[in-house]
Design a protein around this ligand. Structure first.
Ligand code: SF4
Ligand code: SF4
Length: 691
């Protein structure tokens, strides 16, 4: 291929990088909510509200009440897909922060388009989000459920969750908070004992002996008490307290209806605590107030070292009766309001102090404290920042990453010691075939890692698009193979990937060996025809990106020139035209070694262009290569050695077959000759690099 032609292809390719892709339209969510979509995102909706708010969402009504919101990721986060085109996933979230369903209605994901099986997998993957709380990752399907399109699946699920959080947070629903917040609304039934056991109620018992000891410590043993002390073990007062405001506490203490009624009569914005007591000491005795008559003298709250007294207007005595249950079964009970101006923080620890006041010549006051902290269970915490999708992907794929690292290390060793390996014909064949089998079966069919022209386009476009680098990193194995390929193509040439790491290449080569073993006649084009046919892959390398990146081929149909999706990612489970096409290419390869690689593969074309940069010629040549010897040329299965003996590295798959011949003292004519001459005392043969 002429260098001018290659330059034009490169310029066209780079220019196309800046072209804009086809986009889905934002807004008018109502029009996108077809019955089929609603059946997935919120089945059973009785009525839909208007599309409103920021971020926009549509309220779902049931029984005359809003029960959920339906929204579009495109309208809210406009997350980008694999080709930097925003996809549109419509989803619902209920008021408890649970996804009600999700469905993608538009995307341009190359590994999903035109693949009905994978589209079904994606639908299932998103539908399985239904019922999942946003705060939980339990029971989530792993993204590799949509094998071969894990990045797309992960991105879509993340976009649904991020949009749902924004919808709920803007509407104050679903427990979505940005700072720790008292959970005032949640409710689940709990008994008095359960409230005590969970710390929602604190309790302390004080005997007459304890009061006497406290008075003695204060030097007031002789003081006169309103409620005289009994015997030391006699109960003086048992008191219980807790925060009343959370529905899960107050509602369980009084029943939901009474809870609402009492809250309504409390000062606006106040936090309410409840206190209940048994024993002769009545903490609410109305005769005992402060000097101005407004504050109670037997009870106060202390928080952060500040004492807060209770105002007369903020107290409601609760009716109690002997033999009653819970708070109503105590001797005394009351609700006490702490107005906002007191600075009381319901999330911080506080202490309720029961005050015993002694009269006489020197009045005295002793305090008995009851420490309280609202249990974490009643506090809504902001969600921790979500783990970046790429971090999650690398964490989830640790085993596969380790296997691939071993595989790539092995390949590096093969190239480092290739001059030794090729001296052993059988060992070379065994190592090579074993490696190809692993690449095909594990890397391709199991791990679904097949570098393709789609990746090449995306990696080149990445820096110029709005896509975060983390998006590309979310495919750890693909990233590792891509980086290894880039480094190896610059160092050694195209052949390291095409000859060793491409699953479809491995499939062709293994089938080719089988067909030759079965005696299938082989066809090698003439040198002239070979040169012409090779141009096909350069045309594909220019045309496919051109069609995909511009709006000419918005559905990326042209990438189907690669049979990878069919033969490797889907393992031939696609619709019959795709299987027929992939099968035909493989069938041609049975008679013409790696015909697809040599003449049609767009990724092969891109790598062949990059091959011109390679720095090291590993393959050894002798002055006799090409003139008069043609052994290596004939041994090259892909016609990469010219009749002059020169290796065209852009067409070389680094299979090392020619190097096996090169070191074969029984077959390489110069070696045979030199061995004979050495026997007669001549010097060792000359080795040169690739001419
Ligand atoms: S030419 Fe294409 S199919 Fe062949 S090995 Fe290279 S990338 Fe794979
Ligand atoms: S035989 Fe030699 S020149 Fe031909 S593909 Fe293999 S390594 Fe390359």
């Amino acid at each position: 291929m002429k260098s001018g032609c290659r330059s034009v292809i490169c310029v066209v390719f780079m220019a196309l990088v800046f072209a804009s892709p086809a986009l889905a339209e934002k807004g008018k969510l109502r029009e996108r909510l077809t019955p089929a979509v609603m059946a997935v995102v919120h089945p059973g909706a009785e009525r839909l509200g208007a599309e409103e708010g920021s971020p926009p969402a549509i309220a779902v009504y049931q029984g005359g009440k809003i029960v959920a919101y339906v929204f579009s990721t495109l309208d809210i986060v406009a997350a980008l897909g694999y080709t930097a085109t925003p996809f549109d996933a419509i989803a619902g979230v209920d008021l408890k922060g649970r996804i009600t369903g999700a469905k993608v209605v538009f995307h341009n994901e190359p590994y999903i388009l035109n693949d009905t099986r994978r589209e079904r997998l994606l639908d299932t993957f998103l539908a399985r989000e239904a019922g999942r709380p946003l705060r939980s990752s339990a029971d989530m399907l792993p993204p590799d459920f949509v094998a071969g399109a894990t990045v797309s699946a992960r991105a879509m699920r993340a976009a649904v969750a991020a949009s749902a959080r924004l919808v709920l947070r803007a509407r104050g629903a679903g427990g979505m908070v940005s700072v720790p917040t008292l959970d005032a609304d949640s409710f689940n039934p709990m008994s008095w004992e359960e409230l005590l056991a969970t710390g929602a109620i604190s309790r302390r018992r004080i005997t007459s002996g304890e009061v006497a000891t406290a008075l003695a410590a204060a030097g007031a043993s002789e003081t006169t008490l309103d409620v005289p002390l009994g015997r030391p073990d006699d109960l003086y007062v048992e008191f219980m307290a807790g925060l009343f405001t959370p529905r899960a506490i107050g509602g369980n203490l009084l029943g939901l209806q009474s809870f609402e009624e009492y809250l309504r009569v409390m000062p606006f914005g106040a936090q309410v605590i409840f206190v209940a007591a048994n024993g002769p000491y009545d903490f609410l005795d109305l005769k005992h107030r402060s000097a101005d008559g407004r504050r109670f003298a037997r009870l106060r709250v202390v928080q952060n070292g500040q004492a807060i007294d209770f105002e007369r207007d903020g107290i409601r005595r609760l009716p109690t009766r002997p033999g009653g249950e819970g708070v109503r079964g105590q001797q005394h009970a009351a609700l006490l309001a702490l107005a906002p101006e007191t600075g009381f923080d319901p999330l911080k620890p506080w202490r309720l102090e029961l005050l015993v006041n002694g009269a006489g010549a020197a009045p005295v006051r002793v305090a008995f404290g009851l420490d309280y902290k609202i249990p974490d269970f009643h506090v809504l915490m902001p969600e921790p920042p979500p783990v970046a999708a790429w971090v999650e992907a690398w964490r989830d794929n640790r085993l596969n990453i380790a296997i691939l690292a071993v595989l790539l290390s092995l390949l590096t060793l093969i190239f480092v010691f290739q001059a030794t390996l090729v001296r052993f014909r059988l060992a070379h064949r065994l190592v090579r075939n074993a490696f190809l089998v692993v690449v095909l079966v594990w890397l391709g069919w199991t791990a679904g890692v097949q570098l393709s022209i789609v990746n090449a386009i995306n990696y080149v476009r990445g820096p110029f698009s709005e896509v975060d680098i983390g998006f590309y990193l979310a495919e750890p194995l693909m990233v590792m193979v891509a980086i290894y390929t880039l480094v190896s193509v610059v160092l050694i040439g195209r052949g390291v990937f095409c000859g060793w790491l491409c699953p479809f290449g491995a499939l062709q080569e293994l089938l080719g060996q089988l067909s030759r073993a079965l005696g299938v006649p082989q066809w090698q084009p003439s040198a002239q025809l070979e040169k012409r046919l090779r141009i096909g892959k350069y045309i594909a390398a220019a045309a496919v990106p051109a069609l995909v990146i511009t709006a000419i081929d918005p559905s990326a149909v042209s990438t189907e020139i690669e049979p990878f999706k069919t033969a490797i990612i889907s393992k031939f489970t696609r619709a019959w035209p795709y299987v027929l096409y992939a099968g035909a290419l493989l069938a041609i390869g049975l008679a013409c070694e790696r015909a697809y690689c040599r003449f049609l593969c767009p990724l092969g074309g891109v790598l062949a262009v990059l091959d011109r940069l390679h720095l090291i010629d590993l393959l050894k040549r002798r002055p006799e290569c090409g003139n008069p010897c043609h052994l290596c040329e004939r041994s090259c299965p892909v016609g990469a050695i010219e009749t002059t003996g020169r290796i065209v590295t852009a067409e070389c798959f680094q299979c090392l077959d020619c190097q096996v011949e090169y070191f074969d003292e029984a077959r390489c004519p110069p070696l045979v000759r030199d061995a004979k001459l050495r026997g007669a005392g001549a010097p060792a043969p000359v080795t040169v690099g690739n001419a």
